[in-house]
Write a protein that binds this ligand. Structure first.
Ligand SMILES: [Fe+2]
Ligand SMILES: [Zn+2]
Length: 355
């Protein structure tokens, strides 16, 4: 049923009601003149009609809204299209259940089977983490994951980063010390959004992997102490990672949300955080909030701990899931490689693989 109001059309369909502004209707005309038929891109330019445009005639024919405008342009919009707009392209994010451990998928099936890849990517979006097992134990195998995760997001230092105690040391990860929970390259404004940690060999005692659901930490902080949440959302923190050949630096808040308040990213790196200029407003308040979130990040209730074996690759949505490592005895071979990818590419492959 259609009812014409002052500035919009009210479409009623059983229990659903859609209030469709005239400009919205004109902008979304599906005719071949308003769209480029080959690409489905919009061709119509909104400013080519008056802002107060109103239809001359409206009717519903065979599940289409049909409109004739004052310049005699004829618009049609299938009602099915409007009904589907609320559907999410991706699975919903879920909290981790108790005793959570990442789901494991076979490396080669992930690459070769569309069905496994789809399932794995859905799990990845839902929980922010998966493990690929039976991965090749050869250097630079991470290049192969581009098929499912999109191109490598190359950053400074190395394209595929080597983490061992025998190589180039520019980070605490290259020592046998424990690594507190963090995400990598907080020192980039566009911080990498997917990280894959590929264990080539792990013969050392200790060095268990720990992952932390950072978004759960942030959500709980918002519920418990909203004031701290807002401070961390609005206070820029400096981060730096460098060596003799590379310089990376960014200032950004620890928490970023989308315009509707959904958490978008949690930036956390004790090791890369720099000295904050004490003349800046609110340093004292920031530090109280930072103390609180730091203790929550280290609270074991947000952790999942496991051993990442040689031939396993841990894939994390790194703006959500922090990673950490317990200290290890350097009494055997331990070689990890990591590379970064882009979350949008991984998530959009869910749509591609669903076709
Ligand atoms: Fe790291
Ligand atoms: Zn049109």
């Amino acid at each position: 049923m259609i009812e014409i109001k002052d500035n919009s059309i009210l479409l009623s369909d059983g229990s659903n009601q859609y209030d469709l502004p005239f400009l919205w209707l004109r902008d979304n005309c599906q005719c071949n003149e308003c769209r480029i038929t080959e690409t489905q891109e919009k061709q119509f330019l909104l400013h080519s009609v008056p802002v107060d445009i109103a239809p001359k005639h409206v009717e519903e024919i065979e599940n289409n809204i049909n409109i004739i405008w004052p310049d005699d342009h004829k618009t049609f919009i299938p009602i099915e299209l409007i009904k589907k707009l609320h559907l999410s392209r991706y699975p919903k994010h879920s909290s981790w259940p108790n005793e959570f451990e990442p789901e494991k998928y076979n490396w080669s099936e992930f690459l070769d089977s569309k069905k496994t890849a789809l399932e794995a990517l859905k799990t990845f979006v839902t929980y922010g983490v998966i493990i690929l097992k039976n991965a090749p134990q050869e250097s630079n195998s991470l290049e192969l994951l581009a098929k499912r995760l999109g191109p490598i997001n190359e950053v400074l230092f190395e394209r595929i980063h080597n983490v061992s105690v025998t190589g180039h040391i520019y980070n605490v990860a290259h020592t046998p010390k424990g690594l507190p929970p963090h995400n990598d390259f907080a020192s980039y404004n566009a911080q990498p959004s997917v990280q894959v940690l590929h264990m080539l060999e792990n013969e050392c005692e200790g060095g268990e992997s720990i992952i932390v659901d950072g978004w759960q930490v942030v959500k709980d902080l918002k519920a418990d102490i909203p004031e701290y949440f807002y401070i961390l959302q609005n206070f820029n923190v400096p981060f730096r990672e460098f060596d003799e050949d590379n310089e990376t630096y960014a200032e950004a808040p620890l928490i970023k949300c989308t315009s509707d308040g959904t958490i978008e990213s949690f930036r956390f790196s004790n090791q890369l955080m720099q000295m904050i200029d004490p003349r800046k407003d609110g340093v004292g308040k920031f530090y109280k909030a930072y103390h609180e979130i730091s203790s929550r990040v280290h609270d074991k209730k947000y952790h999942s701990t496991f051993r990442l074996n040689g031939g396993e690759a841990l894939v994390v949505a790194s703006l959500r899931v922090l990673h950490a490592r317990e200290p290890f005895e350097p009494n055997g071979k331990r070689h990890l490689q990591d590379a970064y990818f882009t979350y949008d590419n991984a998530a959009n492959n869910i749509v591609l693989l669903s076709n």
